[in-house]
Design a protein around this ligand. Structure first.
Ligand code: SF4
Ligand code: SF4
Length: 485
């Protein structure tokens, strides 16, 4: 008796994660490869050089052009200095960065992923190391399949050593943005830097080593939220790398095409587009989340088309709408024209508007700030002559890189006088002067005394930088007196 065949289910369980298959991408040269090189060199150069740039801010402030000074809670960027109470500037820059990514996606698709994302840059660098040490695609594949032996171990150790060196030089360089770079560099190599510096370098080196050296495209597919956000943002007018199947299909080798003229399309099924892909996908299967739109498959296919005497662009940057038009026999739209569409213009207007707003605020902000905290316990003190005294702590902020004389005054509260705890009460007046050190906040405890019979009321403390009419600030305060109890 025949055993019944097991029933095969069509629906396989949904797999949320697939183990990484190693990618042995082939070396390729071409227009997009050269653009990738240029952007990689530019990104790394900017990243490495920036902390070493100097910017003269006078003798009282650091001279590092870009510095995140956590100890003093300041952010310096060339001529701009952001204080903690001005965090809205940083928030504005972050919003601009977010909208900038939307703008880039709307204009040129996933160009950020393909060219400038740090994960892409590191993966690209490490793939070049793979080629340098193990050889191109076939040699790497053979070595991968070969059993472990002294030669393979030596190559692996050498390669991982270079990975580590790159990870240390790139990931580790991040610390120079948080302290004076030359000083920290010296301290780091003489073993006198703070433990947090060594800890940070260790963590960043190891994460770069693992993410760029071993996880690679898994980071883009499973860890990074940006591909999902971008996928939701793409529409039929978004530029993406497209295989023109109406032109390429039916695929067949050159031999077959020559034997059966008219039966085959332009794709000779040489797999060069797959062989060069850094994420190991076949773009002929349609748009996919693993495609970072780096354009290397375009370079590979253009080369094949040139060698076989066919027009370039079987794989090319195109929009879905454009692809449909081309399929219907209409000419392709020029890429520059595709970029200027309402959505891109809107993003640009919002992005530029926020930028201009921030620039305006930076240009018009004052470098003097006053805050007041009132003593609550006791709220007032009755003096022997019947007058009433309230105490306050003022914080005088001098945001310029030089010491400045400032005048503290009272607005409202007629007949009241002010003096500070380091003065004699007999010197009390409507104003008092202090010099605030460069780039510092000075705390000052002051007393305000008003004549007998003064009612509870609001008034203002004022702060005026001497000789600078625009540098003025005021802060509201409350005066408590027995009369309203
Ligand atoms: S490189 Fe071009 S011709 Fe070769 S398989 Fe890919 S699409 Fe076809
Ligand atoms: S399919 Fe082409 S564009 Fe997409 S990641 Fe691979 S090589 Fe880059």
């Amino acid at each position: 008796m025949n055993k019944p065949e097991p029933i095969k289910t069509q629906d396989q369980p949904l797999q949320l994660y697939a183990k990484r298959e190693p990618v042995f991408n082939r070396r390729i040269d071409g227009k997009f490869r050269r653009i990738k090189w240029a952007i990689m060199v530019a990104c790394l150069a900017i990243y490495w050089v920036t902390p070493w740039l100097r910017w003269n801010r006078g003798p009282y402030s650091p001279d590092q052009a870009v510095l995140i000074d956590l100890a003093h809670r300041r952010f310096y960027m060339f001529g701009i200095e952001i204080w903690p109470h001005e965090f809205y500037f940083v928030a504005g820059l972050l919003i601009m960065a977010g909208i900038g990514l939307f703008l880039v996606t709307s204009a040129v698709g996933r160009a950020w992923c393909g060219y400038a994302c740090p994960q892409t840059v590191w993966t690209d660098l490490f793939q070049h190391v793979d080629r340098l040490i193990d050889g191109d695609r076939n040699a790497r594949f053979r070595l991968y399949k070969a059993p472990w032996g002294p030669a393979k171990i030596a190559r692996r150790l050498l390669k991982w050593g270079i990975y580590l060196a790159i990870s240390f030089a790139t990931g580790g360089a991040w610390i120079f943005y948080f302290a004076d770079a030359p000083t920290l560099h010296h301290e780091f190599w003489t073993g006198t830097a703070a433990p947090v510096a060594y800890g940070t370098v260790l963590v960043l080196t190891l994460t770069t080593f693992v993410l760029g050296g071993f996880m690679r495209e898994q980071v883009c597919i499973y860890m990074c939220p940006w591909p999902r956000i971008q996928t939701a943002m793409l529409d039929e007018k978004s530029l993406t790398v497209t295989y023109k199947d109406w032109r390429g299909e039916k695929r067949g080798s050159l031999k077959k095409a020559q034997k059966n003229p008219g039966e085959y399309g332009d794709c000779i099924d040489c797999n060069q587009c797959v062989a060069v892909c850094p994420t190991g996908i076949d773009i002929r299967e349609g748009p996919q989340i693993g495609c970072i739109t780096c354009g290397l498959c375009i370079d590979a296919c253009d080369r094949v088309m040139a060698e076989t005497g066919r027009p370039r662009g079987l794989i090319d940057y195109a929009t879905l709408e454009d692809a449909d038009n081309e399929k219907a026999g209409h000419p392709a739209t020029r890429h520059l024209k595709l970029i200027w569409r309402p959505r891109t213009v809107l993003y640009f207007v919002v992005w530029a508007g926020i930028g201009l707003g921030l620039l305006f605020m930076l240009g018009t902000r004052i470098h003097t700030d006053l805050t007041v905290a009132k003593d609550r316990n006791p709220p007032y003190i009755l003096m022997s002559d019947g007058s009433v005294r309230n105490a306050y702590t003022l914080r005088l902020r001098n945001m310029e890189g030089r010491p400045r004389a400032m005048e503290i005054g009272l607005e409202g509260l007629p007949a009241a006088r002010i003096w500070s705890e380091d003065m004699d009460r007999s010197d009390a007046a409507r104003t008092l002067r202090r010099t605030v050190a460069a780039d510092e906040t000075q705390a000052l405890r002051v007393y305000v005394v008003a004549p007998e019979g003064t009612a509870n009321q609001d008034f203002d403390f004022t702060l005026q930088a001497i000789g600078q009419a625009r540098e003025h600030d005021e802060a509201k305060a409350q005066f408590d007196a027995r009369g309203d109890e």
